[in-house]
Design a protein around this ligand. Structure first.
Ligand code: OGA
Ligand code: FE2
Length: 394
């Protein structure tokens, strides 16, 4: 019965939820991390990656169970009554679950290269591209075959015009704005295990868990993967993947009480996307870079950018792509990962949105661009016992 209910919830979400959401199952931490000081070493080692062979092989990591007692001990320090909160929004199958406190990768300097074993026996390179927020690039995160497979699955599922959370992009088109003034010009679809196969979905989620060092069960409570396709002239002006103001009573994944299955649900809740993992599924002939105009910006620069609402031209990447402090060129199989939120230093849970995480996709000058987003969502401390509507785990 619970299974059927879950199925209907998922179908419903796919119908009404057009912006961005999903996630995993593995708590195994990477212990084989080596800092590469010498660039030549890094290159040689990178060449040794046997990624493409092993990417085909099944990965069945025996994920450790999250230790709930331990978390309770660590975090129940007078900030709330765990049992009481648990009862408010408990679900039969997930009574025991609580969102865990957040871990965060802490790079030392831009250009730092770290090796990670994201697939058993295979090393991947994680390169730091920015410090504030930490932005990482992981070449070959997906194999060519995996990229092609995701694109095919997206086409099979059917693409529709991309939407914006809380904004009407269709109005911008209706207003006949020149293309470069429209915030988001792309097509998209949502995929999860039901589209790409449970095994592939698990494998991807395991890899994300290892990359982010966040437990897989948290990743399983995030949104499905959003696949996006841009044609020439397509772009997505600078935005944050989450919601800046913490003035809504819920994160979308935990629902909004009675409004849960109504169209008001989305208006009632906000996005709580702690981190983004974005993959390039294809090379782009020209353009289509991902730009971070405020990465590592000084406090004063940040203040200036937000001081004057009328002077928000910096969002427009059709004009300003290459003025950005970080610009990443799309490369098939490469992933970039960054944080959209700070961690609340008091609770260890989801904190404020980080405005330096503004980013977007620059104009495609030639060719097409395909990307996919996996968003890792979390909750503020007081919501840690709420279950997730998006849960796809066992
Ligand atoms: C997004 C996004 C960047 C890109 O889809 O949210 O920021 O390079 N995309 O396409
Ligand atoms: Fe984005």
């Amino acid at each position: 019965m619970a299974c059927i209910a879950k199925y209907f919830v998922i179908i419903f979400l796919f119908n009404i939820f057009t912006s961005s959401v999903y996630l995993l199952d593995n708590d195994k931490r990477i212990n084989d991390v080596k800092i590469i000081e010498d660039h030549e070493d890094a290159v040689v080692a990178h060449e040794k990656l046997k990624y493409h062979e092993s990417a085909q092989k099944d990965i069945h990591d025996e994920g450790q169970e999250y230790d709930i007692d331990e978390i309770e001990q660590d975090n129940n320090d007078g900030l709330g009554d765990i049992d009481e909160i648990g009862d408010i929004n408990g679900d039969e199958e997930e009574d025991e679950y609580q969102f865990p406190p957040l871990t965060r990768l802490d790079p030392e300097y831009v250009g730092q290269e770290v090796y990670l074993e994201l697939v058993d026996g295979v090393r991947f390179r994680r390169i730091t591209r920015a410090m504030k927020p930490p932005v990482f690039e992981i070449p070959g995160f997906l194999s060519d075959e995996e990229c092609d497979y995701i694109i095919e699955a997206a086409k099979d599922n059917g693409l529709e015009m991309s939407a914006l959370f809380g904004e009407d992009v269709e109005k911008q088109f209706d207003a006949d704005l020149p293309l470069e003034k429209v915030t988001r010009v792309s097509q998209q679809t949502w995929l999860d295990g039901t589209h790409i196969g449970g095994e592939f979905w698990d494998r991807l989620q395991t890899r994300i868990s290892k990359l982010t060092e966040l437990p897989i069960d948290m990743i399983q409570r995030g949104e499905p993967m959003q696949v996006v396709s841009y044609k020439e002239g397509g772009h997505y002006h600078a935005h944050i993947d989450t919601v800046e103001y913490n003035d809504k009573p819920c994160c979308i994944q935990t629902g909004c009480g009675e409004k849960e299955l109504t169209p008001e649900w989305k208006e009632c809740c906000r996005l709580c996307r702690y981190a983004t993992v974005l993959y390039y599924l294809q090379d782009v002939e020209d353009g289509g870079e991902t730009a971070f105009p405020l990465a590592d910006a000084k406090d004063k620069v940040l203040e200036e950018k937000f001081a004057d609402d009328n002077n928000d031209d910096w969002h427009n990447l059709s004009y300003n792509c290459h003025n950005s402090s970080l610009v990443v060129k799309p490369k098939k199989g490469t992933a970039i990962m960054w944080y959209n939120h700070f961690v609340d230093t008091e609770t260890g849970y989801l904190g404020e949105a980080d405005l330096r995480s503004h980013h977007g996709g620059c104009d495609i000058r030639k060719g097409t661009k395909w990307i996919a987003n996996n968003w890792i969502s979390s909750v503020p401390f007081q919501d840690r016992f709420k279950r997730s509507l998006f849960y796809t785990g066992p």
